[in-house]
Design a protein around this ligand. Structure first.
Ligand code: TYD
Ligand code: MG
Length: 456
């Protein structure tokens, strides 16, 4: 096999170097040199050893009039996993390459194996991380009877493509992209150039055979997908699987989606026999709706396009040390500090000498600003040691002036709240009347007014 020619490029200035060196001699940046292929073998590697039938599926692209392109030609593949379909925007698009990232142990392999086992097509699950026996043991936990699912433990892309040519799967899953290795590059698996080259080979394969490919990607300490940033640009869809490893709920989010919206989320619960789809997310909270405790308030938030009821817990206690402690789990700490400053300045609460701890239950992280009002209510409830009824919920943003501000999709939130049988919802003054069954809607424009109503 003819050797591929590689050189080293500086990621900062683009200068080319014959061999690796610590510092780029052109821009003087350190550690920016990356090995890249400049000349490949003539044939794409996935062609090698593949059968005629795979090749015949290949089309030579010619320019087409956009009005004459039939988009329905490629209907989406239903994965039979409603939450997964939803996040993808309605199913797997043929020829698409999706990347699933997430912390170690969060359940990436479990999710894709489960999708793979339930697909009504021929699937190939390529693992470079686990042995076939380990995958089988996992599969046994998830599903008993499976027909058309092939497992391959291999890390060399050339061999993977050869096996793909033999099996001719309809969907290919790679666990994980960081373990793959191509013969074209000498660097070790997981290096920037290996990841990029393997991904581009897989993308080429996916596009030319219209086979959807799902990749699992590791993430780095700071939460980015390990490898070059360009990886995320190359693939069609970037999904993120997140959640607290100590809790059972997991959220699947699309960070990038060329074929659908990135607003949708999928919620799963990790059980002993795999992941359960949580079709009605408000049940996460409902099961725990018992006697009210002080320091607890319920927020009507939106995760993507779906309403989600979330319990906020706060603990306010006298500071033992000079500097009061502030800690937030599942909520932005800076925003908590802002809310405490607003309460101090606009509502006269001396929280400066108090430790404040905030926790969003269920291990979920919330970005929706509508949770602010529930945070305020929970903090004050703990501060006064007066409980808020578990039949009350909150949905509004809090501004720097202590004003209560409206949030988006109020109608949907109110609908959900009344469906779940809450007695009252506290919101910002709205220009619109929300029709609902039996929930009283209370609008306040200032925090002071709400405090007076709740705690006096
Ligand atoms: P895994 O999919 O291996 O994580 P990743 O690929 O993201 O590193 O998930 C591992 C965790 O999931 C492990 O801690 C055990 C748990 N798990 C269950 O709770 N139930 C199950 O049915 C399976 C298969 C795994
Ligand atoms: Mg894994």
């Amino acid at each position: 096999m003819a050797k591929t020619k590689t050189t080293w490029f500086c990621q900062n200035c683009g200068a080319q170097h014959a061999k690796w060196q610590g510092q780029c001699s052109s821009c003087k940046e350190w550690n920016t040199l990356v090995e890249e292929v400049v000349q490949k073998q003539d044939k794409a590697s996935w062609d090698q050893g593949s059968k005629e039938s795979t090749l015949s599926r290949k089309r030579t692209p010619t320019p087409q009039l956009i009005s004459q392109i039939d988009a329905r030609e490629n209907p989406r593949l239903d994965t039979t996993n409603t939450e997964f379909n939803r996040v993808l925007g309605g199913g797997l698009v043929p020829g698409s390459v999706s990347l699933l990232g997430g912390e170690p142990g969060i359940g990436k392999s479990t999710l894709l194996l489960q999708v793979c086992l339930n697909l009504p097509f021929k699937t190939l699950y390529v693992s470079g991380e686990e042995s076939a026996q380990q995958i089988k043991m996992r599969a046994d936990r998830i599903k008993k009877e499976v027909k058309d699912c092939y497992i391959l433990t291999e890390t060399k892309t050339q061999n993977i493509f050869r096996q793909i040519g033999e099996v001719e799967p309809d969907v290919v899953i790679i666990d994980s992209i960081q373990t793959l290795q191509t013969d074209h590059i000498e660097s070790s698996p997981g290096s920037v150039s290996q990841i990029r080259e393997c991904t581009s080979e897989l993308i080429k394969f996916a596009k030319e055979t219209a086979t959807p490919v799902l990749l699992i990607g590791h993430i780095t300490k700071d939460g980015h997908i390990a490898g070059p940033k360009i990886l995320e640009h190359m693939v069609d869809t970037v999904l993120q699987f997140e959640g607290d490893r100590n809790h059972t709920y997991r959220i699947l989010r699309a960070l990038k989606n060329r074929f659908g919206s990135t607003h949708e989320i999928g919620i799963y619960e990790m059980l002993g026999h795999g992941l359960r789809e949580v079709v009605n997310p408000s049940e996460i909270l409902i099961s725990q709706r018992g006697n009210p405790l002080s320091g607890t308030a319920i927020a009507a938030t939106m995760e993507g396009m779906r309403p989600l009821m979330i319990e906020v817990q706060a603990l306010v206690s006298t500071a033992v040390y000079g500097t009061p402690q502030r800690s937030a789990t599942g909520y932005n700490l800076k925003r908590l500090n802002m809310i405490l400053a607003v309460l101090e300045k606009r509502a006269g609460f001396k929280l400066g000498q108090k430790d404040v701890f905030l926790n969003i239950t269920g291990g979920i992280t919330v970005d929706d600003p509508a949770i602010d009002l529930a945070v305020v209510a929970a903090i004050l409830s703990s501060n006064f040691d007066l409980e808020i009824s578990s039949q009350h919920c909150f949905s509004a943003e809090v501004g720097l002036g202590g004003e209560i501000r409206p949030v988006s999709r109020m109608e949907q939130r109110v609908n959900e709240v009344s469906k779940l049988g809450f007695e009252k919802i506290f919101i910002a003054p709205a220009s619109q009347n929300f029709k609902n069954k039996g929930t009283e809607i209370l609008a306040f424009s200032k925090i002071e007014e709400l405090v007076k109503y709740l705690f006096s």
